[in-house]
Design a protein. Structure first.
Length: 148
């Protein structure tokens, strides 16, 4: 598997030098399965209720898994237009999981994606689907100019 680059300042995959609050997760591309894979070991700072990972953190990891799947499949960036997350069982701090994301279909600028979070034994604990919208390269360039 190929480790994907970190996005500067990203809450999920960023480097702690750029964003001290980043989760610092590594994202991998599984070329054979055509999906991203993000291994995670949540700690207590990720929790809402004691010992239970906050749903917003899980949604954020799903979002990155699906966005990077789009990037690898199409070579372009897309933004989340809509996301739906289903929490099937508690995600616990101190337990290892893997999040997988992939592209289901693409039509014009619209891209449908899915993601799943599993325990080490393969049991599904959460799932998501999202609609992303491919952004125009010109919009990216203009945004980068404004950030400098």
């Amino acid at each position: 598997m190929e480790q994907l680059p970190r996005s500067k300042g990203c809450f999920v995959c960023g480097n702690s030098d750029d964003n001290p609050r980043s989760l610092g997760l590594s994202i991998f591309w599984n070329d054979e399965e055509r999906r991203t894979e993000i291994p995670i070991l949540p700690n207590s700072t990720w929790c809402g209720y004691e010992g239970v990972v906050h749903g917003g953190i899980i949604a954020s990891v799903f979002d990155d898994a699906m966005a990077w799947a789009i990037r690898r499949e199409s070579g372009s960036w897309a933004v989340t237009g809509e996301i739906s997350v289903r929490y099937l069982r508690p995600v616990l701090a101190g337990t290892r999981y893997v999040v997988e994301g992939r592209v289901e279909k693409s039509s014009g600028r619209r891209i449908s994606t899915v993601a799943v979070m599993k325990e080490e034994n393969g049991k599904k604990v959460a799932e998501a689907n999202a609609l992303f919208v491919r952004i125009r390269e010109k919009a990216i360039s203009e945004g980068e100019e404004q950030m400098e």
